[in-house]
Each structure stands twice: as C-alpha cells, then as structure tokens.
Design a protein around this ligand. Structure first.
Ligand code: NCD
Length: 313
C-alpha cells in the first residue's frame, strides 16, 4: 500500500508499514492539537458534510466507539454498521461490492473484518479511503498509532527503552503492528513473552530481523517484567482458535497482579489494548503505572481525530 511520506490526504491506512518517523511526528503533533480541543470540551467543524462509514464485520465497542466519537467531534456524519449478519452481506454480497456501495454513500470507510488482508482487498476497489480497524490476525494500525502516542507521552525520545509485549503474539494484531512500528527506533529493544504455542509469527520475526532491531522471545513473564519500561499485555484471542480446548490450555498463561507489579520498575507504564479478560487483575488498575483504562483509551480519540482530519480535510 502507498506510503504516507508526509502526505495523508486521501490515503488508505491499511498497514503500519506505510508510516515513517516523519509521518508519526506529523500525526502526533496533530493529535496534540486535538487533545487540547477535546480537553476544552470542544471540537471543530473541519469535516462538516463529510461522512464516515464504520463497517464492522467483527464485534467491537472501543474502536467503533472511538472512531464515531472522533468523526462527530469534527462535525462529520456517520453510517454505523455493526452486526453485518443483519445486512445484505449475509445474502452473499462480496466485500468488494459492499465497499463500492458505501463509497458512494460516504467519504471514508473504516473497516473491521475477520480476514487477514481484507482491508487491502477493500482498498484496491474502494472509491474512498479505507482505514483498517483490524483485519483478523493481521494488523490494527490505528491502535498502534494510539499506542505509540501513549508511549511517546512517557518516553518522548523513544530511545533506549525496553518494550515487553506479552500474551497472544500469534493472533494479536495489535502486537503485529506495534512490533513493526517500533523498528523505526533502533535503540528500542523488544521482548516478546508468550507460551510456546502463541509465539510471534515467523513473518513478523523476519520483518524485525530485516530491520536490524534487537529482540528476544521468552516464556517467563517475571524475567521480562523486571526489565520493562513499557509492558504491553494482551488477551488470548479466543475467536481465532479452531480447537477451543487449545484456547483453554493457554488462556490463563499470564496473570499480572499486584505482587508481580512489585517486580516492575517505578517508571514503567502498563498498557493493554482492551478488552482485558484475566491477564491483568483488577487490583492493578489503581496502580499509577497502569495507563490502559484512561490515558491510552482517550488517546484513541485524539489520534483518530487527527487521522480523519489529515486524510479528509
Ligand atoms: C484489540 C483488537 O480488536 O485487536 N481491541 C481493540 O481494538 N481495542 C485487542 C483485542 O481484541 O484483544
């Protein structure tokens, strides 16, 4: 897919690979402005008369909600489509046809789909920009942009830090996008923590190797936790397992509780894309290092506002 190269206008956002450091800079600066607006209880009218279709073939509440909120803060309209099983897609319509139809009704399509590669397929035929809001076990670039924005707020240079990603690294699309994005920061070390069965896919490891970054794969969360400046926990992606028994074997592989948090650095930040199942005990929520329930979530609005504005206005 076409690289951003400083110009977001009318671009599809399919993969985090489209972004370089300058693009991240432009986007996060814009997000800072959006944050100011929202904090003052305001928005702007830059996307008045523009319409966004939120076309969701998989369950979502936060990604869906934050895109809708972002568009409305910019005075745009929305066509919210959740539960595609109730629409004509269940009559057998192809993704390509659906995307063409909603390209006539709106100026941008935000797509979530259970198949890896679906966003790219949609972008190839779409009349309007397509934003990938998660393509099965593939990527979730806008989540990663907000994750990066959160990391940057705590570690402005994003230099010489250790980012630990734990949980379902095989199916976790937020991990795939984040691991790729961090390759732009050569002094950032990535440590991947997972059970043997949920290790990072080979193609992502090849990507990291090619980029020449330092990374490590381990099974021991305690070991990685002590080193982490950023700890990014994820849930085991139940919906991706063919055999539910396999899921039950690994679902509680890691449970981060207060006791474990005592091993972590004082300045560490604890992130999670949510929804959280068992992997972080609720007791950890009040730990000042936990950013997932407020800061990280709110950043999703600012980043998505910034992205919509840069693409559409
Ligand atoms: C993530 C996703 O959909 O991939 N959720 C989200 O968008 N915030 C993570 C997950 O579902 O585990």
């Amino acid at each position: 897919m076409e690289k951003i190269q400083g110009n977001f206008k009318n671009k599809h956002i399919v993969s985090i690979e489209q972004f370089d450091r300058r693009d991240l800079e432009i986007l996060t600066n814009e997000a800072d402005r959006m944050k100011e607006l929202v904090k003052r209880g305001k928005g702007n009218s830059h996307l008045k008369h523009k319409i966004m279709t939120a076309l969701f073939y998989e369950p979502s509440s936060r990604t869906f909600g934050s895109f809708v909120s972002a568009m409305q803060r910019l005075s745009g309209g929305i066509i919210p489509i959740q539960g595609v099983q109730f629409s004509s897609v269940s009559k057998g319509e192809t993704l390509e046809d659906t995307v063409r139809v909603f390209g006539c009704f709106s100026d941008i399509i935000v797509l979530r789909h259970p198949e890896k590669g679906a966003a790219e397929k949609a972008a190839r035929v779409s009349y309007v920009p397509v934003i990938n809001a998660g393509d099965g076990p593939g990527e979730h670039p806008t989540q990663t942009l907000l994750d990066f924005y959160t990391i940057k707020n705590h570690f402005p240079e994003t230099e010489n830090i250790i980012v630990v990603m734990a949980g379902d690294l095989l199916y976790g699309r937020t991990i795939h996008s984040l691991a790729k994005l961090l390759t732009h920061f050569k002094t950032v070390k990535q440590i991947f923590v997972s059970p043997e069965k949920l290790r990072l896919p080979q193609y992502i490891k090849e990507y990291l190797k090619k980029a020449g970054v330092v990374f490590e794969e381990v099974e021991d969360l305690n070991y990685a936790l002590k080193k982490a400046d950023v700890l990014y926990m994820t849930r085991v992606q139940k919906e991706r397992f063919d055999d539910i028994n396999e899921y039950h074997l690994v679902k509680d592989a890691y449970i981060l509780d207060d006791k474990l948090m005592r091993l972590a650095k004082q300045k560490m930040i604890l992130m999670h894309p949510l929804p959280r199942i068992n992997e972080i005990s609720p007791g950890v929520d009040k730990d000042s290092r936990a950013v997932y329930l407020k800061e990280q979530m709110c950043n999703g609005i600012y980043i998505r506002m910034a992205l919509l504005e840069l693409i559409l206005s």
